[in-house]
Design a protein around this ligand. Sequence first.
Ligand SMILES: *Cc1c(COP(=O)(O)O)cnc(C)c1O
Length: 365
Amino acid sequence: MSNDTRPFGRFFLPGPTEVHPDVLAAQDRPIISHRGPEVKALMKELQAGLEVVFCTSRPVFISTSSATGLMEAAVRNAGRTRILSLVNGAFSQRFADIARSCGFEVDTVDVAWGEAHDPEQVAERLERGSYDAVTMAHSETSTGVLNDVRALAEVIRRHEDTLVLVDSVSGFGAAELRPDDWGIDFLLTGSQKAFALPPGLAFGVASERMMARSAVAPRKGYYFDLESFAKSQEKNQSPSTPAISVLYSTQVQLERMKAEGIEARWKRHTEMADATYAWVDAMIERGVEMKILAPEGYRSPGVTAITAPEGMTGPDVTSGVTERGWVIGGGYGKLKESTFRIGHMGDHTLDELNGLLDVLTEVVS
Ligand SMILES: *Cc1c(COP(=O)(O)O)cnc(C)c1O
């Protein structure tokens, strides 16, 4: 099927995700000056809406970059010399790689792909060395694992000088997340995952401690200097030209999210995830050998990675789905052959997901 005629509700990639037609249509407005009064009014309105959905009283920075840009911002503004990275999949590994490439000394706590981090293990590690910051992925999109960032932040916060840096690119909008209450020093997400916006923007929330560190950070560079974001923000501006068209989409999406309510949004995601687990159980009962990669209790409500059934590879499953006019995600990195992923995040409904699960039943039977 041509993408031009693809009906809404069949695209279950775990990012970029399907964008609602109203949100997409919002981009079709004239470009305005990025320094004029209209953009300031727009930025001011966005700020109010963003604070609600991010459950924060801090400013929400808007970066014209993909989320990886704000991962770099996180370590550049928080780091002086040493960073600890919690690695349990491809994206949390990327966080460590970024910190190393920015010139920091990086140690890692590694657990197997498909596992979550244990706060006690992290606590022990922090007794053995001091770090400027700890990086982690909230929802590890490569495996579908959800880390308990609240518990992890709590043990890290016992160390006054160690900042908590959280990538919630596929978590934000899908899973409960309260940066102020949970003591997260920098939270980042991208526009194109559970936020269900077109790609092109990233969003970040920095604590006061993070801003104080940014003021003395030795390697923060120019583009991702959080102090410059904060200064611009006070004037309802951005440090450089923003992706104006995606700002328009954000305006409409925030209205939609306000109408739904952020907690209702989390709940819808939990329901979609539960339906996915129930489908796997039903398939197992029929004799199809599959397994959800993430352990119970540590599963992301936005994305599920499932091992390919006996006799099939991950690519066999994804191409079977594609042939039927639907889209799911392949396995990521070293899990490419052995798994497939369903991105049940963004603006999908349970009905649409059930449609996909029927298609998947055909493919794996
Ligand atoms: C997609 C993703 C990223 C990278 O986002 P980009 O917008 O492609 O830079 C980082 N972390 C996680 C957890 C992701 O899912």
